[in-house]
Design a protein around this ligand. Structure first.
Ligand SMILES: Nc1ncnc2c1ncn2[C@@H]1O[C@H](COP(=O)(O)OP(=O)(O)OP(=O)(O)O)[C@@H](O)[C@H]1O
Length: 600
C-alpha cells in the first residue's frame, strides 16, 4: 500500500511501484490485446502513408520545374496521376485512421464491461465482512475514476501514440531519401528539443505516483468531510473538519505548482527552440544554399521544411502518452487489486441440514488475512440447541457481531468449524434458506417495499407478502403510503428506523429460515416502535434456533442460554442466574439494577 501521507517516497520503492504498474497494465489489457494490436497496425499504415503527399509534392514540383526549365508543356498526365495518388491515399488514410479509432474505442467499451462483470462476479463470492466503508470507497473509485483513466490509454493512445512515433520517423527517413543534407537540416533542432524534454521528464514517473497519492488524499478528505457533515455541523465544528480537506488541497496545490512550474518553463524553452521561425530559418536557409549549389530542387526543400515542422508535434504527443500510461498504470494496479480480493471457497458436495442445532467448534477468526492480524475471535466453542433462544452478551468490541456474521458465513473462520445440524456452514446448500438475519442496520436497497420484503423469496404471493407485513406489524403503515407496497424506498419515501426494522423482520418472516440471527437494535427507536418491534420479533422467533446479540437487560429475560464474550473469547455460558457470579457479566448490567435482581 502506498503511504498516502508521504510526499517524498523513497526512489527504490517508486521504481518498484512503476514496474508493478506496468505489469498490472499488461495484465489488465490482455482481454483487448488483439484489438489494440489491430488498432496499432492500422495506425502504422496511416503514419507510413503520411509520406505520400510529400512524395507527390516532390514529383509534381519536379514536373513543373522541368517544364519551366525546358519551356515544354507541363506533363499534365503525370501531375494528375500524382494528384490522384494524393487524393486516394488521403481517403485511404482517413478511413484507416477512423477504423483504428473505432477498434480502440470498441476495445475500451469491451474492457470497461469486462472489468465491471469480473468485479460483480468476484464480489458475489467475496466474504461480506470485506465490504467495509473503506473497501466500498475503493470499489467506487476503481469503477468510476480508474476505468475513466485507462480510457485514454486504450481508446486514443494506441492510435495517436503510434502515429506520433511512426509518422515523424517515416517522414524523416523520406527527408533523407530526398537528400541526406536536407534530412540533416530537418532533424537539426531535435537534439536540442530532446535535451529539454528529457530534463523535463526526469522524475516524471515518481512525481506521477506522488500526484496520484496526493489526489487520493484530497479525495478521501473530501469524502470524510461530506460523510460526517451532519455530525460535524451539529457540533459546530465545520471549520475544523473543513480544514483537513483544505490542508490536503493546499498541499496538492503547492506540490503541483512546484512540479509543473519549472516543467512549463523547460518545455516552453524547448518549444521556442523549435519555434516555426527557427525551423524555417535552418531548413529554408540551408536549403537555399543547397539549391544554389545544385543537386536539390526548391520542391525538395519545401517538402523537407514541411516535414521538419511536423516533428515537434509528434514528440509532444509522445510525451503526453507517456504520462497517461503512467497514470493508467496506477489505475490498473488498483483495479487488479480489487479483482484479486479474497473469495469464499465454493464446495461442490453440498447438503441440506436435517436438524437445526448450531455448533461453534474451536472457531478462530481475524479480520486481517496475515498471520499477525489481531484475533477478533479466539477459540470460540458453544452449542445452540435446536429451537432455543441464546443471547450473546459482552461489552462493545468483544466479538458478538463477529460470531453472528460467521454463522451467516459473511466469512470463513481462520480455523475451527461452524455446523448447522452437523453440516459445516460452508457445505450447506442454499445457506440463506436455513439462516435468516435481522441486523442493526436493516439494509433496505432502493427498490420497492414489495421487492424489499420478497428479497429472500421472490416467488411469494401477494397474500403471503401482506401476511408477513401484518405479522411484522408494519402492514398498516405501508398501506397508508400513497403508493403502498410499490413505494420505492429512498426515492418515493423514506422510512423511520423502526419501520425499516419491521420491513426487515417481514422479509425474515417470509423466508422462514429455521436458524435466526438477531442483532437487537431497538435502542435507536422510540418506546412505541420498540414495543411493535418486540411483537414482530416474538412472531418471528417462534420455534426457531435463535442467536441474539443483546445490548439491553430486558431482552435476556426468557432466553434459554446466555453466552458471555470478552475479547473474542467465550468466558461463560449459562442462564442469567448462573452468570451472576461472573464479574464481567454483572459489570454489564451495573446501570440496570433490575437486571441484576433477576432478569427472569
Ligand atoms: N471490519 C472490521 N475490520 C477490522 N476489525 C474489525 C472489523 N469489525 C470488527 N472488528 C474488530 O473485531 C473485534 C470484535 O468486533 P465486533 O464488532 O464483533 O464486536 P461487538 O461485540 O459486536 O461490538 P458492538 O457491540 O460494539 O457491536 C473488535 O476488536 C473490532 O475492532
Amino acid at each position: 500500500m502506498p503511504d498516502q501521507n508521504s510526499g517524498t517516497a523513497p526512489e527504490g520503492r517508486d521504481t518498484a511501484q512503476q514496474l508493478a504498474d506496468k505489469q498490472a497494465l499488461k495484465r489488465l489489457l490482455r482481454p483487448v490485446s488483439t484489438h489494440l494490436t489491430l488498432g496499432r497496425t492500422l495506425a502504422v499504415i496511416t503514419a507510413v502513408l503520411a509520406v505520400v503527399p510529400y512524395i507527390a509534392l516532390v514529383h509534381i514540383g519536379a514536373l513543373l520545374i522541368e517544364a519551366a526549365l525546358t519551356g515544354a508543356a507541363v506533363d499534365e498526365s503525370g501531375v494528375f496521376l500524382w494528384l490522384g495518388i494524393l487524393l486516394g491515399t488521403f481517403t485511404f488514410r482517413l478511413l484507416a485512421y477512423l477504423a483504428a479509432l473505432l477498434i480502440t474505442h470498441l476495445a475500451d467499451i469491451k474492457l470497461g464491461n469486462h472489468i465491471r462483470q469480473q468485479m460483480v462476479r468476484r464480489f458475489s463470492k467475496t466474504p461480506l465482512n470485506w465490504f467495509t466503508s473503506t473497501n466500498s470507497g475503493r470499489v467506487r473509485k476503481a469503477l468510476q475514476d480508474d476505468i475513466e483513466t485507462i480510457h485514454h490509454l486504450i481508446a486514443h493512445q494506441p492510435v495517436d501514440g503510434t502515429v506520433a512515433v511512426v509518422m515523424p520517423a517515416a517522414l524523416m527517413l523520406y527527408a533523407f531519401v530526398i537528400d541526406w543534407r536536407l534530412g540533416l537540416l530537418a532533424i537539426a533542432t531535435i537534439p536540442l528539443y530532446a535535451i529539454t524534454m528529457v530534463s523535463s521528464m526526469r522524475g516524471m514517473g515518481e512525481r506521477t505516483v506522488q500526484m496520484d497519492q496526493k489526489l487520493g488524499v484530497v479525495s478521501a478528505r473530501m469524502v470524510e468531510f461530506v460523510t460526517g457533515i451532519t455530525v460535524v455541523k451539529a457540533f459546530g465544528r465545520v471549520g475544523r473538519a473543513h480544514s483537513a480537506y483544505q490542508e490536503s488541497a493546499k498541499e496538492f496545490q503547492v506540490f503541483y505548482f512546484n512540479w509543473v512550474g519549472p516543467l512549463i518553463r523547460v518545455s516552453s524553452l524547448g518549444l521556442s527552440l523549435l519555434a516555426v521561425p527557427l525551423i524555417l530559418l535552418i531548413n529554408l536557409g540551408g536549403g537555399a544554399l543547397l539549391v544554389a549549389g545544385g543537386g536539390v530542387t526548391a520542391a525538395d526543400v519545401l517538402a523537407t521544411s514541411l516535414i521538419a515542422l511536423l516533428i515537434p508535434h509528434g514528440i509532444e504527443v509522445l510525451s503526453g502518452s507517456t504520462w497517461s500510461s503512467q497514470l493508467a498504470g496506477a489505475s490498473a494496479r488498483r483495479i487488479n487489486d480489487l479483482l484479486d480480493t479474497p473469495v469464499l471457497t465454493e464446495h461442490h458436495a453440498l447438503a441440506a441440514p436435517q436438524a437445526h442445532d448450531v455448533v461453534f467448534d474451536h472457531v478462530t477468526y481475524s479480520y486481517g488475512t496475515s498471520d499477525h492480524s489481531a484475533l477478533a475471535l479466539d477459540d470460540v466453542s458453544f452449542e445452540l440447541g435446536a429451537g432455543t433462544i441464546t443471547a450473546l452478551v459482552g461489552i462493545s468490541g468483544s466479538g458478538k457481531s463477529t460470531i453472528a456474521t460467521l454463522l451467516a458465513r459473511f466469512d470463513d473462520p481462520r480455523s475451527g468449524e461452524i455446523r448447522i445440524g452437523g453440516v459445516p456452514v460452508d457445505h450447506v446448500a442454499d445457506l440463506y434458506r436455513h439462516v435468516g438475519f435481522v441486523l442493526q442496520d436493516p439494509q433496505l436497497p432502493s427498490i420497492s417495499i414489495r421487492d424489499n420484503i420478497t428479497l429472500g423469496r421472490p416467488d411469494a404471493t401477494e397474500e403471503q407478502i401482506r401476511e408477513a407485513a401484518r405479522a411484522a406489524r408494519v402492514l398498516e403503515e405501508i398501506e397508508a403510503l400513497p403508493r403502498g407496497f410499490d413505494t420505492v424506498y429512498g426515492a418515493d419515501s423514506g422510512l423511520s428506523g423502526g419501520q425499516a426494522q419491521r420491513i426487515a423482520i417481514a422479509r425474515a418472516i417470509l423466508v422462514d429460515a429455521p436458524v435466526l440471527i438477531l442483532d437487537e437494535a431497538t435502542a435507536l427507536t422510540d418506546p412505541e416502535s420498540q414495543h411493535q418491534i418486540q411483537h414482530a420479533l416474538a412472531h418471528l422467533v417462534r420455534g426457531k434456533t435463535v442467536l441474539m446479540i443483546a445490548h439491553r437487560p430486558e431482552v435476556i429475560s426468557g432466553v434459554d442460554q446466555i453466552i458471555l464474550v470478552e475479547q473474542g473469547r467465550v468466558i461463560a455460558t449459562g442462564t442469567h442466574d448462573d452468570l451472576l457470579s461472573e464479574p464481567g457479566y454483572s459489570k454489564l448490567w451495573i446501570n440496570s439494577p433490575a437486571a441484576l435482581g433477576g432478569a427472569k
